[in-house]
Design a protein around this ligand. Sequence first.
Ligand code: G1P
Length: 278
Amino acid sequence: MKKVTKAVIPAAGLGTRVLPATKAMPKGMLPLVDKPAIQYLVEEAVRSGITDILIIVSRNQDIIQDHFDRSPELEAKLAAPGKEKMLEECLGISNLANIFFVRQQQTLGLGHAVLCAKPVVGDEPFGVMLADDLVDAPSSCIGQLTAVREARGGGSVIAVQDVAPEATNKYGIVSVDDTSLQTSQMRGIVEKPDPKVAPSRMAVIGRYVFEPEVFDYLEKVTVGVGGEIQLTDGIASSLDTVPTYAHRFEGTRFDCGSKQGFLDATIHFARKRGFKIN
Ligand code: G1P
């Protein structure tokens, strides 16, 4: 079975929930303590053995590319005695992984963004990591999903967590064979259902591992909830042919697409790093 070595990070979203911070700054570049959110994702991917990362960007997001590139002027400055640690850290960012960029020419939705990865990913299983979701976990969240895929002998795997019944309309919600299990085969998925009709409280958070066949289904998806091409609809139509598992991951997830979640994550990572919160 082919191992997952590629991950896709859709980063082209407009970040409207955290305006005005995202008026000119891509939301993935907003820093938590001293590191842009997207770097946490890249580091998570690398910890799970992923070597090739494709970031889907839009116009005016070249700053993301710059962040993962070398910076000769800065490196020259940091070559001075006493700045070795910072130099090492800056060089480390450009050596984290093979990072590629594709431009999503129109922001038509998450499903469309993932489909933009098809020519680069090709016929291989791949991870998808949403920049809005940061997960602090004992072992890399995307790595937990690839481990499930290996244990099951293939298939797609989607990270889920139980949410309050009234919150189902904020997430993709899955139905599974057995809700009491940590990992269970998925039978359905719907995007942001009203609590009254939600099939469960098991909500998708932004970590997925897909078999490449998902692209064939995404190509046929038409506009769905919110007028967008939804990843959820592509997954739903693949369920009959691609074994797909929902996995309750271990770790804490922060919704960095919201101001409150971003603040919670900042405080969490700051505390973890030994900063004092007064
Ligand atoms: C996206 C997905 C949704 C998922 C969520 C997780 O929604 O469409 O299925 O539950 O991410 O964060 P968004 O939050 O981008 O609207």
